[in-house]
Design a protein around this ligand. Structure first.
Ligand code: ZN
Length: 409
């Protein structure tokens, strides 16, 4: 590493204590997706820092509410926190889109709200690696990069969205619109615990099935009832049987409810399920199978099933543009003395959205950690600095190769 470079990124180690304190502060503010006040509190704290440290334009954007189906088929709306967007040098030769999410999966009444040390290097806490640590990595890398003259070659947009953990339903349109205006994407989801990056990612769709049957007294007029729960049981069994039929496609029924009491034939039932896909063509296959199952259930007299939902995220496959970008990331990492690999994952994130919109991106540039989405979530605390160094180096390399990475937009 040359001296100019090391004089820029070596001092980052001195920021470790301040970064750790900031992380604990952010993680201990509950920002579950459906706690918009908490999401906004985290968004505002970060916005102050982004604006102070980066001298950039800032917009706070309201999003449409999140819609969920109730058992009776009506729609319930949940307000979401704001999306924070920052922009600098929109006319520079190379335009990068950096994204991260403000929300976590831990509800406001969950018992997991505080951080604690597991040992000197490992911090346990809600969202520490997914992805409040990643947001600090992003901010630190950008601040360091902005001190270099090469920064003039690069313009960037940062999007911090409030709804990633539910599949980015309300920010998807803005992500796609911004993706089209940039050359490359950098996303700050956590890297795998051993430092590996995610390569290919599965696609994902969320669906809701609602069944309307006929209510009747369980004793006096049982024969007049049409049991919505029994019909739903048949639907669920059929949907579950799709598992193992097509390579890489999985179906998970995650929620079901219906009925009120045992002395009434229930006339309402609902289930929610998720489908993961390996290639885009799987989406069509799944839709066809669902339509067949829907038709079979609807043949039952007195039963009416309606199906809602869609594939919000298509699979992310590694095309040549992605491979070239991954190669650059691993070259940068090798310069820092950290060998890097990537592996396929069934998980998906906004990296899927950006790649569907045509934007090559690397999506696990955040902190090193694991057990995410559980109360055992942890971060390897020194990775706040090492990952900020890696991202700074990637930014500097991209700036030096700005012409190479420009794509026709
Ligand atoms: Zn995440």
């Amino acid at each position: 590493m040359n001296t100019r470079l090391s004089s820029l990124i070596q001092p980052l180690t001195q920021q470790q204590p301040a970064l750790t304190a900031s992380l604990i502060e952010l993680a201990q503010i509950n920002s579950h997706t459906l706690n918009p006040a908490g999401v906004d509190q985290v968004g505002q704290l970060l916005s102050q820092r982004f604006c102070q440290q980066l001298d950039c334009d800032h917009q706070q954007i309201s999003l449409p509410p999140y819609q969920l189906y109730r058992t009776d088929g009506s729609v319930m709306e949940h307000p979401l926190g704001h999306l924070q967007l920052f922009k600098k040098r929109p006319d520079a030769p190379l335009q990068l889109l950096l994204t991260g999410h403000l929300d976590t999966v831990f509800p406001v009444d969950s018992g997991f709200q505080q951080c604690r040390w597991l040992d000197d290097y490992t911090l346990n806490g809600p969202g520490v690696s997914d992805m409040k640590g990643g947001l600090l990595v992003m901010l630190t890398a950008l601040s360091t990069f902005e001190q270099s003259p090469q920064a003039q070659q690069v313009g960037w947009t940062v999007i911090l969205n409030p709804d990633e953990e539910i599949g980015s339903p309300s920010s998807a349109a803005l992500l796609a619109e911004q993706a089209a205006q940039h050359d490359l994407g950098m996303i700050y989801e956590p890297a795998l615990p051993d430092g590996q990056l995610a390569g290919e990612r599965k696609g994902s769709g969320n669906f809701t099935a609602i069944i309307q049957g006929v209510a009747a007294h369980a004793g006096r007029e049982h024969h007049l009832g049409r049991n919505a729960i029994c019909a739903m049981a048949e639907f669920i069994t059929s949907v579950d049987q799709l598992n193992g039929v097509r390579e890489g496609v999985t179906v998970n029924v995650g929620v079901m409810d219906g009925g009120m009491t045992t002395n009434q034939v229930p006339d309402q039932a609902r289930c929610r399920f998720n489908i993961r896909t390996r290639i885009t063509a799987d989406e069509h296959w799944c839709q066809q199978k669902l339509t067949e199952i829907e038709a079979k259930i609807n043949q039952k007299e007195g039963i009416s099933l309606s199906l809602h939902g869609h594939f919000g995220r298509s699979p992310k496959s590694l095309d040549t543009a992605h491979l070239a970008l991954y190669q650059l990331v691993s070259t940068c990492s090798a310069q820092l003395g950290i060998p890097l690999q990537w592996q396929a994952t069934g998980g998906c994130c906004d990296g899927n959205n950006l790649s569907t919109a045509g934007l090559p991106n690397v999506d696990t540039l955040g902190a090193l950690g694991g057990n995410i989405h559980s109360d055992k979530e942890f971060i390897n605390i020194s990775s706040l600095v090492t990952r900020a160094q890696l991202s700074t180096l990637i930014l500097l390399t991209l700036a030096e190769q700005a012409e190479r990475w420009r794509r026709t937009r």
